[in-house]
Ligand binder design. Structure first.
Ligand code: BDR
Ligand code: CA
Length: 309
């Protein structure tokens, strides 16, 4: 099993990322940290605790991290995720407590406490990981790799060329890319294949436990807002695809390439420049997801939900 930390901003799809990691036999979820993103930090933190509580995952510490990006003001996405970040189901009081440490303290402690290097999966703006690498470069060697949902090899979803997580904190992404830690980008070009179709909803609902029932209410809301905003009634469930890269490597095809992020562009800040054709002649610095085995992905999600409460 691969020890992992998830850094997230729940968010409907982040919840499924947490469940895929918590329920998958190939992964050992050691810690969860939160960042301001889809909604402000108070909500993302509470939502992470709720997601784990619903699933009966009570032994994983949850710590709150950065309220906003390194240098820019926070931009949120209530129109997709609702005012509280998890529109749809009635939200229970979380039984999972909030850890007193900051996100970076919890990540640092987790890295130091593990015999093996730990993978970090980031499913929001990558601010917390950037802060860790900036303040504790000595710990970089303890990170097995970073897998991040964000960016795109083609167009964006928050501006014409920027994906939301990249747009919110491009400086953090830039810092992480320069760290030298193995980095995999899982962008819209593959996450737009992970569509919550009616058949997928039936497949997950058929699991029949409390987690699946809560998840179906999340799907209902998420598909409605994706229809309203993007005309995509089968909403793309982005974040768990990043988890699948580690949980089931055969499920996601990767390419080694050059990846940079636009920091200066007036219209294009947060756009990811993915040099798949090697036009720039620069040293490759990242892996980029380019293929998804969609059926295998959803089978993994459903099987993981089935292992939860
Ligand atoms: C990303 O932005 C957020 O709204 C989702 O949770 C996902 O991480 C998709 O662009
Ligand atoms: Ca997210």
């Amino acid at each position: 099993t691969i020890p992992v930390i998830i850094d997230c901003d729940p968010g409907h799809d982040d919840v499924f990322a947490l469940w895929l990691a918590a329920g998958h036999p190939s992964l050992d979820l050691l810690a969860v940290t939160t960042v301001g993103g889809n909604v402000p930090l108070e909500h993302t933190t509470r939502n992470a605790r709720i997601a784990l509580s619903v699933a009966g995952v009570t032994d994983v510490p949850v710590a709150a991290g950065a309220a906003g990006p390194l240098v820019r003001p926070l931009q949120t996405a209530e129109w997709i995720h609702g005012e509280n970040g998890l529109g749809g189901p009635e939200l229970p009081e979380p039984t999972v407590p909030l850890d007193a440490r900051t996100a970076t303290e919890l990540i640092a402690d987790t890295l130091m406490g593990s015999v093996e290097p730990v993978a970090v999966i980031a499913t929001g703006p990558i601010t917390n990981v950037a802060i860790l690498l900036r303040d504790r470069p000595d710990l970089a060697g303890r990170i097995r790799e970073i897998v991040w949902m964000g960016g795109s090899t083609d167009r964006g979803n928050a501006t014409p060329y920027a994906e939301f997580n990249a747009l919110v904190d491009p400086e953090a992404l830039d810092l992480v890319l320069r760290s030298g830690v193995r980095f995999t980008m899982v962008g819209l070009n593959v996450t737009h294949l992970a569509l919550v179709t009616p058949a997928v909803r039936r497949q997950v609902a058929a699991v029949g436990n409390a987690t699946a029932a809560f998840g179906d209410e999340l799907f209902e809301f998420f598909c409605r807002t994706n229809d309203e905003v993007f005309g995509m009634p089968d909403g793309p469930l982005h974040d768990p695809v990043a988890v699948a890269v580690l949980a089931d490597p055969g499920c996601v095809g990767l390419r080694r390439t050059r990846l940079d992020v636009e920091l200066l562009g007036v219209e294009t800040a947060g756009a990811t420049s993915v040099d798949l054709d090697g036009m720039l002649g620069r040293e490759p610095n990242a892996w980029v997801a380019v293929e998804l085995d969609v059926e295998r992905f959803w089978a993994g999600v459903a099987a993981s939900v089935a292992r939860l409460a």
